[in-house]
Design a protein. Structure first.
Length: 256
């Protein structure tokens, strides 16, 4: 299956930073002016505020090198959950500015593991992006764990279930992957997609049926992941570009 949206670095980071929690006023003189602007009251030590304020000022000046250096100082002092949360948020800001994908993933996971109450509301979304990154890094076990938790918390994204199914298939966990694939089909409830979805169901039932292992034979069985990849890719296309699927089917029918 082709990579899902290539993890859309800039889009993902911008989306994650667009949550309801604004960056705190690390400089003490700004704190009073902005008091009451948010119900969230972060617990931050004086020692932590100094380098983080410098990092924030450097980012305002678009000096990512200085911002990263000051962030590293702040990270070494981050002991409290809210401090760890803001370290992750600043990592995301810097990664957006300089296109550092590794730093982006570190920021997402640092936010997730911070233990801050600020991270609770957007935890399902952070889990999705963390799981997407784990999939791209071929860490399929971690991808399954994070994507499954994101789904269980009610997060919806057209790429979540295809990624989760594919991660299972990559580890040869075919029954689990098939269960996710069936959920992905059911999740597409548009009447306009009823025809192609029934087509996928028919293909799946013809492929996976009682006794299919012995009936298929070991030689053809090796191609099973490729067939399933095709179904997952088509589901992705239906979710993101339904017109493209219709165009492909029209072309196929003309050639048949």
């Amino acid at each position: 299956m082709k990579k899902i949206s290539t993890f859309a670095l800039a889009f993902a980071t911008t989306t994650l930073l667009a949550g309801p929690i604004a960056a705190p006023a690390f400089a003490a003189k700004k704190e009073k002016a902005e008091a009451g602007a948010s119900d969230f009251k972060p617990e931050l030590s004086k020692e932590f505020r100094v380098p983080m304020a410098a990092a924030q000022q450097a980012m305002t000046a678009k000096d990512t090198a200085t911002a990263l250096a000051k962030l590293n100082e702040a990270a070494a002092l981050a002991k409290l959950p809210d401090e760890k949360f803001y370290v992750g948020q600043m990592e995301l800001q810097i990664s957006q500015a300089n296109g550092d994908k590794a730093l982006q993933m570190k920021g997402i996971n640092d936010v997730l593991n911070s233990g801050s109450t600020a991270a609770v509301q957007d935890r399902p979304r952070y889990l999705f992006y963390a799981g997407s990154g784990a999939y791209e890094a071929k860490d399929y076990q971690t991808a399954i764990k994070q994507l499954s938790e994101s789904e269980s918390l009610g997060y919806t994204n057209p790429n979540l279930l295809p990624l989760l199914a594919e991660s299972n298939f990559k580890l040869n966990q075919v029954p689990a992957g098939l269960a996710v694939l069936e959920r992905a089909i059911k999740a597409q409830n548009s009447l306009a997609l009823l025809g192609p979805l029934n087509d996928i169901r028919t293909q799946l039932s013809g492929l996976i049926r009682p006794g299919f292992v012995s009936a298929t034979g070991t030689d053809r069985l090796a191609h099973l992941p490729r067939y399933l990849d095709g179904m997952l890719e088509r589901l992705q296309t239906l979710a993101n570009e339904p017109g493209k699927d219709r165009a492909r089917m029209t072309e196929y029918e003309r050639a048949a």
